[in-house]
Write a protein that binds this ligand. Structure first.
Ligand SMILES: Nc1nc2c(ncn2[C@@H]2O[C@H](COP(=O)(O)OP(=O)(O)OP(=O)(O)O)[C@@H](O)[C@H]2O)c(=O)[nH]1
Length: 397
């Protein structure tokens, strides 16, 4: 990082002024811009600085245009300023509240009846099972609700809501560590930074590439320098899609110019690039694979092995589509075995009334849901927070 800072000082600091003033952290981190260029160059390859290249403050263009001539004619790319991350789920929970007939609303409707009969309790149980909460957790919740309702009564709707809220939060388990391990390390001799590496896996179409793009924005918003690795070499458009996500926030994507290239090689190059440029985090997107396709799953093992030659894998995120319910759970089991999943990203929660999958998947794998996708917008990815999630389920917009 010192090297990069020196370089920036040498070529002038206007880059810091261009990228926006959203937060001090954001600006400071982006000042390390050469670590994450949209163009495939690195800070260390930048030729000796020339004042003309500093005009637009775009460190990427400095590397891409050694003469500096066309830089003066090219407009500075406008970078997005991602939304702040703190409290995102609270801001997005209206999406949950509006998603179909929310689980919480259906539960409240039954619990608010005057005298709860056995049929009512059966209805509650069925509602939970249909929302993919899973048999074990459903039983626990019903037992807890029964005993609290007996003691505290169900006359007052506010009390009913409070009881249900408490019990749902307990079921989602606020004690789990949901932080993403994106903290860079150091080389053995302590002389250089080694990026944190996040591998993103899952079956086709669950939203992996979109999630990598959104996550890059989350990390940029938090002040990290990021490199993307387009190791989905199977779907032709995936690398372009990822490059577009990255370039919107000034993040470089390492990709192959050949369709069907070895994804492990691309992942390796991305991590190496991250190391060379002193990036904080490398996010590696992979091709969608069916959990029953042995070859593809072996390939995932190879990607893991190759990455760890360059840097430790700090997170393996499994992206699950919340609308696929029980099927998602089956996928999760296999991926957890093969890929050593450390966190779940549940996408498309905006499109399902079955939020119970959060509970089921955590129970099944013992791995926490760390992020949730609540729409197709660039900042519609939020760190998972049990209380805000439950409020969404209960229809608190
Ligand atoms: N509504 C909604 N749509 C989402 C969300 N996340 C992703 N999508 C959409 O899901 C579709 C598939 O997303 P991709 O990111 O291309 O999925 P992928 O897993 O990379 O696909 P493959 O590479 O084919 O395996 C896109 O249309 C996304 O916009 C979400 O949280 N909510």
């Amino acid at each position: 990082m010192n090297e990069t800072l020196e370089l920036l000082l040498a070529i002038g600091l206007p880059a810091l002024a261009v990228v926006g003033t959203a937060t001090g952290v954001l600006v400071r981190r982006r000042g390390r811009g050469p670590a994450q260029p949209p163009a495939p160059t690195t800070a260390r390859r930048v030729p000796s600085p020339a004042p003309a290249r500093d005009v637009d403050g775009d460190a990427d263009v400095v590397g891409a245009a050694p003469t500096g001539v066309d830089v003066l004619e090219r407009p500075a790319p406008t970078l997005d300023v991602p939304e702040p991350v703190l409290g995102r789920l609270a801001r997005l929970r209206g999406r949950l509240a509006r998603s179909g007939s929310p689980l919480g609303a259906r539960l409240l409707a039954v619990l608010s009846r005057d005298h709860l009969t056995e049929d009512d309790w059966d209805e509650l149980e069925e509602t939970l099972l249909l929302a993919d909460v899973g048999a074990g957790p459903t039983g626990e919740l019903i037992d807890a609700l029964r005993s609290r309702v007996r003691v505290e009564g169900v006359k007052d709707p506010a009390v009913v809501r409070a009881i249900l809220r408490d019990q749902l939060i307990e079921l989602v388990d606020p004690s789990l560590d949901r932080s993403l391990n994106t903290v860079p390390g150091l080389t053995d001799d302590g002389s250089r930074q080694v990026p944190a590496v996040v591998l993103v896996v899952g079956v086709n179409g669950t939203g992996k590439t979109t999630t990598v793009g959104k996550l890059a924005r989350v990390l940029v918003a938090e002040g990290s320098t990021v490199v993307l690795g387009a190791a989905d070499t199977f779907r032709a458009a995936a690398a372009d899609q990822l490059t577009t996500w990255g370039s919107r926030v000034g993040v470089h994507t390492v990709r192959s110019d050949r369709d069907g290239a070895d994804p492990a090689a691309v992942a390796f190059d991305a991590v190496r690039h991250g190391r060379e440029t002193g990036a904080d985090v490398v996010l590696v997107d992979t091709a969608g694979r069916l959990q029953n396709k042995a070859g593809l799953m072996d390939e995932l093992g190879k990607i893991r092995r190759v990455i760890t030659k360059e840097a430790p894998l700090t997170e393996v995120l499994l992206v699950l589509d919340a609308t696929t319910g029980q099927n998602g759970l089956n996928q999760a089991r296999v991926f957890a075995e093969v890929a050593g999943v450390t966190g779940i990203v549940l996408t498309k929660l905006d499109g399902t009334a079955k939020g119970g999958i959060v509970v089921a998947v955590q129970r099944e794998l013992g791995v926490p849901v760390k992020l949730v996708g609540l729409g197709e917008g660039a900042d519609d990815l939020a760190p998972f927070e049990p209380e805000d999630f439950v409020d969404g389920l209960l229809g608190v917009a």
